[in-house]
Write a protein that binds this ligand. Structure first.
Ligand code: FES
Length: 165
């Protein structure tokens, strides 16, 4: 069991596991869904506990969890940044935009900043190709976004007391 796991997390994981019969592998996906619903992601502690409950090695649990893109292995940040990597956005420089955001935040796509503020993701198309390249922060679209603008884009989300642009 990983270190630094709080009691409330282990209690909640135990509660979830108690609802599913031990040793039956077909309940793996429903358990993963229930854990993610509770925590917003799949904590490492849960992966170990599920493995013990179903008599499966943690590597098998990780294998299943990473196969399905509905599952997250990291907590989601307070704000989710989605950079479109579809064709229209790609030809207008979305890779440079993604790199600039990753540099600015110090994380890679799929990761969350250590302070829990931002999660960086890529998507296949945001359905707004005419304003490519597009970034979406939470539910807000930003079109024709340029790498040099990323500091300005993030600023309102860094200080929640400031009105969003
Ligand atoms: S390709 Fe980016 S919005 Fe469609």
């Amino acid at each position: 069991m990983p270190a630094h796991v709080c009691q409330c997390m282990t209690d909640r994981i135990s509660e979830i596991l108690a609802q599913y019969p031990g040793g039956r592998r077909e309940v793996l996906i429903p358990i993963l869904q229930a854990v993610q619903e509770s925590f917003g992601f799949l904590p490492e502690a849960a992966m170990h506990a599920i493995g013990a409950h179903l008599s499966l090695p943690p590597a098998k649990i990780y294998g299943v969890a990473t196969f399905y893109n509905q599952f997250r292995l990291q907590p989601v940040g307070k704000h989710t940044i989605r950079v479109c990597r579809g064709t229209a956005c790609h030809v207008r420089g979305s890779k440079l935009l993604l790199d600039a955001l990753a540099d600015e935040l110090g994380i890679q796509p799929g990761e969350t900043t250590p302070d829990g503020q931002f999660t960086l993701e890529t998507v296949a198309c945001l359905g707004a190709c005419s304003i490519a390249p597009v970034v979406m922060i939470d539910d807000q679209f930003y079109g024709a976004a340029q790498p040099r603008d990323v500091g300005k884009l993030l600023k309102p989300y860094r200080d929640d007391s400031t009105e969003k642009a």
